[in-house]
Design a protein around this ligand. Structure first.
Ligand SMILES: [Zn+2]
Length: 202
Protein backbone atom coordinates (compact mmCIF):
# COMPACT_ATOMS: atom_id res chain seq x y z
CA UNK A 1 0.00 0.00 0.00
CA UNK A 2 1.54 3.32 0.98
CA UNK A 3 4.51 1.49 2.38
CA UNK A 4 5.04 -0.41 -0.82
CA UNK A 5 4.52 2.63 -2.98
CA UNK A 6 7.43 4.29 -1.23
CA UNK A 7 9.74 1.38 -1.77
CA UNK A 8 10.08 0.64 -5.45
CA UNK A 9 13.61 -0.63 -4.91
CA UNK A 10 12.33 -3.56 -2.93
CA UNK A 11 10.04 -4.89 -5.55
CA UNK A 12 12.81 -4.81 -8.10
CA UNK A 13 15.31 -6.65 -5.95
CA UNK A 14 13.31 -9.22 -4.11
CA UNK A 15 12.99 -11.82 -6.87
CA UNK A 16 16.74 -11.89 -7.36
CA UNK A 17 17.46 -12.53 -3.72
CA UNK A 18 14.67 -15.02 -3.40
CA UNK A 19 15.88 -16.89 -6.44
CA UNK A 20 19.46 -17.15 -5.35
CA UNK A 21 19.31 -17.74 -1.66
CA UNK A 22 17.35 -20.98 -1.32
CA UNK A 23 19.37 -22.59 -4.07
CA UNK A 24 22.62 -21.66 -2.43
CA UNK A 25 21.47 -22.86 0.95
CA UNK A 26 20.05 -26.11 -0.32
CA UNK A 27 22.90 -27.16 -2.52
CA UNK A 28 25.91 -25.86 -0.73
CA UNK A 29 27.56 -28.93 0.82
CA UNK A 30 29.75 -27.15 3.34
CA UNK A 31 31.79 -24.02 3.58
CA UNK A 32 31.66 -20.94 1.45
CA UNK A 33 33.85 -22.21 -1.35
CA UNK A 34 31.31 -24.53 -2.93
CA UNK A 35 28.16 -22.97 -4.27
CA UNK A 36 27.20 -24.85 -7.35
CA UNK A 37 23.84 -23.15 -7.75
CA UNK A 38 25.14 -19.65 -7.39
CA UNK A 39 28.27 -20.36 -9.38
CA UNK A 40 26.12 -21.39 -12.28
CA UNK A 41 24.31 -18.08 -12.17
CA UNK A 42 27.23 -15.80 -11.56
CA UNK A 43 30.63 -15.51 -13.12
CA UNK A 44 33.49 -16.81 -11.02
CA UNK A 45 34.69 -13.30 -10.28
CA UNK A 46 31.36 -12.41 -8.68
CA UNK A 47 31.49 -15.60 -6.70
CA UNK A 48 34.94 -14.67 -5.42
CA UNK A 49 33.77 -11.15 -4.55
CA UNK A 50 30.81 -12.61 -2.64
CA UNK A 51 33.15 -14.88 -0.65
CA UNK A 52 35.37 -11.92 0.27
CA UNK A 53 32.45 -9.70 1.31
CA UNK A 54 30.82 -12.60 3.16
CA UNK A 55 33.91 -13.01 5.35
CA UNK A 56 33.51 -9.55 6.91
CA UNK A 57 32.66 -9.82 10.60
CA UNK A 58 29.97 -7.96 12.48
CA UNK A 59 31.83 -5.59 14.84
CA UNK A 60 29.22 -6.02 17.58
CA UNK A 61 29.23 -9.81 17.57
CA UNK A 62 32.59 -10.65 16.06
CA UNK A 63 31.90 -14.36 15.71
CA UNK A 64 29.23 -13.62 13.11
CA UNK A 65 29.95 -12.72 9.52
CA UNK A 66 27.65 -10.34 7.72
CA UNK A 67 26.53 -13.39 5.74
CA UNK A 68 25.61 -15.19 8.98
CA UNK A 69 23.58 -12.16 10.00
CA UNK A 70 21.80 -11.93 6.68
CA UNK A 71 23.08 -8.37 6.30
CA UNK A 72 24.88 -9.19 3.04
CA UNK A 73 22.18 -9.15 0.36
CA UNK A 74 23.91 -9.09 -2.99
CA UNK A 75 27.29 -8.78 -4.67
CA UNK A 76 27.39 -7.79 -8.31
CA UNK A 77 30.43 -7.38 -10.53
CA UNK A 78 30.21 -5.22 -13.63
CA UNK A 79 33.55 -4.87 -15.34
CA UNK A 80 35.96 -3.57 -12.70
CA UNK A 81 33.21 -2.37 -10.40
CA UNK A 82 31.94 -4.41 -7.46
CA UNK A 83 28.63 -3.35 -5.99
CA UNK A 84 27.84 -4.81 -2.59
CA UNK A 85 24.34 -4.47 -1.21
CA UNK A 86 23.87 -4.63 2.54
CA UNK A 87 20.83 -4.07 4.73
CA UNK A 88 21.47 -2.65 8.21
CA UNK A 89 20.28 -4.68 11.15
CA UNK A 90 18.78 -1.80 13.08
CA UNK A 91 18.20 1.70 11.83
CA UNK A 92 20.97 3.88 13.09
CA UNK A 93 23.08 0.85 13.88
CA UNK A 94 26.55 2.33 14.46
CA UNK A 95 28.12 -0.91 13.30
CA UNK A 96 27.02 -0.23 9.74
CA UNK A 97 29.70 2.35 9.04
CA UNK A 98 32.31 -0.10 10.26
CA UNK A 99 30.83 -2.88 8.16
CA UNK A 100 30.79 -0.67 5.09
CA UNK A 101 34.44 0.26 5.60
CA UNK A 102 35.42 -3.35 6.26
CA UNK A 103 33.70 -4.55 3.09
CA UNK A 104 35.57 -1.96 1.03
CA UNK A 105 38.87 -2.82 2.72
CA UNK A 106 38.42 -6.57 2.30
CA UNK A 107 37.53 -6.31 -1.38
CA UNK A 108 40.29 -3.80 -2.06
CA UNK A 109 42.80 -6.11 -0.40
CA UNK A 110 41.50 -8.94 -2.58
CA UNK A 111 42.25 -6.92 -5.70
CA UNK A 112 38.92 -5.29 -6.41
CA UNK A 113 39.81 -1.64 -6.91
CA UNK A 114 36.40 -0.13 -7.55
CA UNK A 115 34.02 -1.04 -4.73
CA UNK A 116 30.66 0.49 -4.02
CA UNK A 117 28.61 -0.44 -0.96
CA UNK A 118 24.91 0.25 -1.21
CA UNK A 119 22.68 0.35 1.83
CA UNK A 120 19.21 -0.94 1.10
CA UNK A 121 16.80 -0.21 3.92
CA UNK A 122 13.79 -2.06 2.57
CA UNK A 123 12.75 -4.72 3.04
CA UNK A 124 13.87 -4.13 6.59
CA UNK A 125 16.33 -6.61 8.03
CA UNK A 126 14.87 -9.18 10.36
CA UNK A 127 16.47 -11.76 12.59
CA UNK A 128 14.71 -14.31 10.36
CA UNK A 129 17.52 -13.66 7.88
CA UNK A 130 20.13 -14.92 10.31
CA UNK A 131 21.48 -18.24 9.11
CA UNK A 132 21.32 -21.41 11.20
CA UNK A 133 25.11 -21.39 11.20
CA UNK A 134 24.98 -17.89 12.63
CA UNK A 135 22.58 -18.96 15.38
CA UNK A 136 24.84 -21.85 16.34
CA UNK A 137 27.82 -19.51 16.51
CA UNK A 138 25.85 -17.20 18.80
CA UNK A 139 25.13 -19.99 21.25
CA UNK A 140 28.79 -20.99 21.29
CA UNK A 141 29.62 -17.35 21.94
CA UNK A 142 27.27 -17.35 24.95
CA UNK A 143 24.44 -15.34 23.39
CA UNK A 144 20.94 -16.76 23.09
CA UNK A 145 19.97 -16.47 19.41
CA UNK A 146 16.69 -14.92 18.33
CA UNK A 147 13.89 -17.33 19.07
CA UNK A 148 10.61 -17.29 17.29
CA UNK A 149 10.00 -15.36 14.15
CA UNK A 150 9.33 -11.75 13.28
CA UNK A 151 5.85 -11.15 11.94
CA UNK A 152 6.04 -10.27 8.27
CA UNK A 153 3.41 -7.54 8.12
CA UNK A 154 2.91 -6.15 11.54
CA UNK A 155 4.38 -5.04 14.78
CA UNK A 156 3.79 -8.35 16.53
CA UNK A 157 6.83 -10.44 17.30
CA UNK A 158 6.36 -14.04 18.20
CA UNK A 159 8.67 -14.59 21.09
CA UNK A 160 9.35 -18.10 22.28
CA UNK A 161 11.05 -19.00 25.51
CA UNK A 162 14.67 -18.02 25.54
CA UNK A 163 17.03 -20.90 26.12
CA UNK A 164 20.07 -20.36 28.32
CA UNK A 165 23.13 -20.66 26.05
CA UNK A 166 25.15 -22.12 28.92
CA UNK A 167 22.99 -24.85 30.44
CA UNK A 168 20.12 -25.06 27.96
CA UNK A 169 17.41 -24.33 30.50
CA UNK A 170 14.26 -22.54 29.35
CA UNK A 171 13.73 -21.21 32.87
CA UNK A 172 15.05 -17.75 32.07
CA UNK A 173 13.83 -14.21 32.51
CA UNK A 174 14.58 -10.83 31.03
CA UNK A 175 16.26 -8.52 33.50
CA UNK A 176 17.00 -5.62 31.15
CA UNK A 177 15.44 -4.78 27.81
CA UNK A 178 18.76 -3.56 26.49
CA UNK A 179 21.92 -5.54 27.02
CA UNK A 180 25.42 -4.75 25.81
CA UNK A 181 23.95 -3.31 22.60
CA UNK A 182 20.47 -2.17 21.68
CA UNK A 183 19.81 -5.31 19.66
CA UNK A 184 20.28 -7.52 22.70
CA UNK A 185 18.40 -7.92 25.94
CA UNK A 186 19.98 -9.01 29.19
CA UNK A 187 18.61 -12.26 30.58
CA UNK A 188 19.19 -14.31 33.65
CA UNK A 189 18.99 -18.08 33.88
CA UNK A 190 17.17 -19.37 36.95
CA UNK A 191 18.77 -22.79 36.58
CA UNK A 192 22.46 -21.94 36.43
CA UNK A 193 22.02 -18.35 37.69
CA UNK A 194 24.20 -16.95 34.91
CA UNK A 195 23.27 -13.74 33.11
CA UNK A 196 23.46 -13.77 29.32
CA UNK A 197 22.64 -11.65 26.29
CA UNK A 198 19.70 -12.56 24.10
CA UNK A 199 19.67 -11.38 20.50
CA UNK A 200 16.14 -10.05 20.27
CA UNK A 201 13.74 -11.10 17.59
CA UNK A 202 13.41 -8.19 15.24
ZN1 LIG B 1 21.60 -21.60 32.47
Amino acid sequence: MLRQAQQPVVAAQRPVVAAQRPAAAAQRPAGAAQRPAVAAQRPAVAERAWAVAASVLDPEVPVLTIEDLGVLRDVAVDGDRVTVTITPTYSGCPAMDAIRDDVVLALTAAGFADVEVRLVLAPAWTTDWMTDAGKHKLVEYGIAPPSGRAAVDGPIRLQLSVRCPRCGSLDTREIARFGSTSCKALYECRACLEPFDHFKVH
